[in-house]
Structure formats: structure tokens, C-alpha cells
Design a protein around this ligand. Structure first.
Ligand code: ATP
Ligand code: MG
Length: 391
């Protein structure tokens, strides 16, 4: 008996987009994500994507795990593919479903035939398979209203498929259907979640990280790598640019009023990100900011940061509470990495009394003490590139 994976069109998040180009991107992403698990082919027919392993060594458990992180799939199912005969279906069903059915109490069978030449009607198929399962598992009962599991039998063009409940997918849109944006990633809890949320909308991520050695440690950078590797399990590979930020922070510390340190620093981050993002053909920036979380995230402060951005800045967490962000971070398994204790550049020169109601004039005045363009240019030039692979 061969086991395959079925992804139906009803389980793809198709809204407004050109269906066939959407599907092509999805198929490409699935192929890339399943790389290394063994040989398989993906076919499209009758509004279903079928993933068929081509050798016995194919790792089905790992495939299901990886597939559950591919954006653009709301749900999918593992199924047994058998010859199109009642004998084959009746002998395969109890065997294939043994493990699941042993631990459940009630079930019902639903059958579908897209091949109308099959000798039995759908209700007849359901009745026969139901009878067979009751015989094989005497502890089971049929419950047509609230069954623990719906056993599906689908008679299609080449094979009959038998499967149980659907496996939940990651939802969203296939990465690559929404263009590319640059995520400003710190080692904190928020920015990896922000990146994940935008990747879920189909956006390819590049990442920019500002590091201030020796004030920030190599461990802080490894942490960012680990965070991005985790996000990449959903988003696919991420190009990371690590920007040398020490000189700029020192200049700010030595030349600007303390209450403006953080905001001036954030404006530098934006300016440098503009340069890198444009060079890498990103159409927007992404940050993990949320209104009111810290002094630099009041709406006035965010306005001052936006004033130097030369492209849209997406802040998908803007209206979320910390608790909600943490819950999401736990789900995508970035939380445990984020709470490792290493210093971020933001905490290096934190003002004792940051200004929460800044105005642009004040900031622009403070920045006159610095060779802004030169510093931005040098930092952007000095950015180090690494490809973070989804491994
Ligand atoms: P996070 O948990 O993402 O670090 P935060 O609540 O600590 O966020 P801040 O430190 O004020 O907030 O940073 C706000 C946003 O600015 C971050 O979400 C991130 O997008 C960006 N950012 C902060 N520090 C860095 C950094 N070192 N490199 C790149 N981006 C950064
Ligand atoms: Mg932070």
C-alpha cells in the first residue's frame, strides 16, 4: 500500500490572486522544502496537489512536519493510495487506519467518486467500508453527527484514496507571491514574530541586524542566526545583513542629548536599512514595534522614525499586547531562543529618561552634530552578508 499526501484546492488560500501562478509558487516552495527527504513527485489534477513518494526511504513523518509550515496551505491529508476496486479498498482501510482508530470511539465514512464508472455509488461504498471497519474494530460505533473521525474514501481517476482527519496547515499565502521586504531583526521576542507574520502573507524576507561589538557579544549574533533559522522553517532561506553599528552608537553617545539617544539611533537604523533594502530590491521595511511598548514606540516616536524611512514600514504587531506576541512566539518556537540573556545594541546606551513626546525639529537639531550621511554610507557598505538556510 502506498502512502501519499493530498492538498486540495479548497485548502489553498486562494483569494483574488491568479490561481495558476499562485499554485506554481506553492509547488516550487513545497519541492524546495521537502528537499532531502527522498524522491517524490508532485502532480496537479482535479483541483488537488498530490505528493507521491517514489521510494521506500521517503520520510513521511518529516514531510508532514515540514509541510505544516508551508504558507499557502490551510490543511492537507495523508492518504493510502490503492487500486480502484472494492476488494483493495476493503482490505486496505482497516490496515491503514489501525493506529488512529484504535484510540477513538466513534467514526463515520464518507465516500466520493469522481469516476462515475466505478460500479458502486458513494453511499454503497460508505456502507461497505463502514461495515468492514466495525467488524475489524468492535469497540467502534458509528456517529453521523459528531464522529471522532471522518474516514474518507475517494475514488478518483487513477486510484482510490483512503484517509482520516485533515492535518492543519500554516495558512496564509505562498512565500514569493507578495514581493520582498527587509526585516529589522534584533534578538528580542518581537521582531522574529513580525517577520513570520509578513512571510505568512507571501512576502520573501531579507533581514538586517545591527551589531555593536564589543558592547554586544558574538553570542548575541548567534542568537539572531538561530532565530532566523527558526523563522526560515516557514519563510524559506533568509539573506541576513549584519551592520557594524558601534561607531554610530559611540558618536550618538558622545554628541547627542541623552534623552534622544534611542530615537536618534532608531533613525540611523532606518536610514541604513533604506540603503540596504533598496540595493537588495526590497519594497518595504518590517519592524517588531507595537504602540506604547517602550518610549521609542509611542505614536509620536514612531512618527519620528518613519520620517526618515524612504519606503513603507510594516509593523504587523502594532496593535498586539506583549502576551499575544509571546503566545505567537511560543507557537513558532522562537520564544525560547529570544529569552537567552545576551545584550542587544538597543540596551547598550539606554537613556535614563528617554523622551516619549519627541518632535522632529529637536531630533534634526541633535543630528546636526553628526556626519549623518557619511556614517550611514559607511555602515551600509560594511554590512556582512550571510544566507540563513531553512535547515
Ligand atoms: P524586539 O523584541 O524585536 O527586540 P523590542 O520590543 O525590544 O523589540 P526595540 O528594542 O525598541 O523593541 O526595537 C524595536 C524594533 O526595532 C525591533 O522589533 C526591531 O524591528 C528593530 N530593532 C531593534 N534593535 C535592532 C537591532 N539590533 N537590529 C535590527 N533591528 C533592531
Ligand atoms: Mg529589542
Amino acid at each position: 500500500m502506498q502512502e501519499i499526501i493530498l492538498i486540495k484546492n479548497g485548502e489553498l488560500a486562494l483569494k483574488g490572486l491568479n490561481r495558476s501562478s499562485f499554485e506554481s509558487v506553492l509547488v516550487k516552495n513545497i519541492k524546495r522544502r521537502m528537499h532531502g527527504l527522498g524522491k517524490f513527485v508532485i502532480t496537479r489534477s482535479q483541483s488537488t496537489l498530490t505528493i507521491e513518494p517514489q521510494d521506500d526511504s521517503f520520510d513521511m513523518e518529516e514531510a508532514v512536519d515540514r509541510l505544516s509550515r508551508v504558507f499557502g496551505i490551510a490543511g492537507f491529508e495523508r492518504a493510502a493510495a490503492v487500486e480502484k476496486s472494492m476488494d483493495a479498498i476493503l482490505s486496505a482501510a482497516p490496515e491503514y487506519l489501525r493506529d488512529v482508530l484504535s484510540s477513538l470511539h466513534t467514526f463515520k465514512v464518507e465516500a466520493k467518486r469522481s469516476d462515475k464508472t466505478f460500479p458502486l455509488t458513494s453511499p454503497q461504498i460508505s456502507a461497505e467500508v463502514g461495515g468492514k471497519l466495525l467488524e475489524a474494530f468492535p469497540h467502534l460505533r458509528v456517529d453521523v453527527h459528531h464522529p471522532d473521525i471522518i474516514v474518507m474514501v475517494e475514488v478518483r481517476e487513477h486510484f482510490a484514496y483512503i484517509h482520516g482527519n485533515q492535518i492543519k496547515g500554516a495558512g496564509g499565502m505562498p512565500v514569493g507571491t507578495g514581493g520582498k521586504a527587509a526585516l529589522l531583526v534584533s534578538g528580542g521576542i518581537d521582531s522574529p514574530v513580525a517577520g513570520w507574520m509578513m512571510a505568512k502573507r507571501g512576502i520573501v524576507l531579507d533581514a538586517i541586524h545591527f551589531a555593536s561589538p564589543p558592547f554586544t557579544s558574538p553570542q548575541a549574533e548567534w542568537k539572531v542566526h538561530d532565530l532566523l533559522r527558526q523563522v526560515a522553517k516557514y519563510s524559506g532561506d533568509i539573506a541576513l545583513y549584519t551592520v557594524p553599528f558601534t561607531e554610530i552608537q559611540e558618536q550618538i553617545r558622545d554628541n547627542c542629548p541623552e534623552e534622544l539617544f534611542t530615537l536618534v539611533m532608531r533613525r540611523f537604523m532606518m536610514r541604513i536599512s533604506n540603503v540596504i533594502a533598496k540595493r537588495e530590491k526590497c519594497a518595504a521595511l518590517i519592524t517588531g514595534e507595537s504602540v506604547g511598548q517602550v518610549a521609542s514606540q509611542t505614536i509620536l516616536s514612531l512618527g519620528c522614525t518613519d520620517a526618515v524611512a524612504e519606503m513603507p514600514v510594516f509593523r504587523p504587531l502594532i496593535g498586539m499586547d506583549k502576551e499575544e506576541i509571546i503566545e505567537r512566539a511560543r507557537k513558532i518556537e522562537t520564544f525560547e531562543i529570544s529569552i537567552r540573556p545576551y545584550e542587544d545594541c538597543c540596551t547598550v546606551f539606554t537613556p535614563r529618561h528617554p523622551r516619549t513626546r519627541p518632535n522632529l525639529e529637536l531630533l534634526e537639531k541633535a543630528e546636526e552634530a553628526l556626519p549623518v550621511e557619511e556614517l550611514v554610507e559607511r555602515a551600509a557598505q560594511g554590512a556582512r552578508f550571510e544566507l540563513i538556510r531553512n535547515a
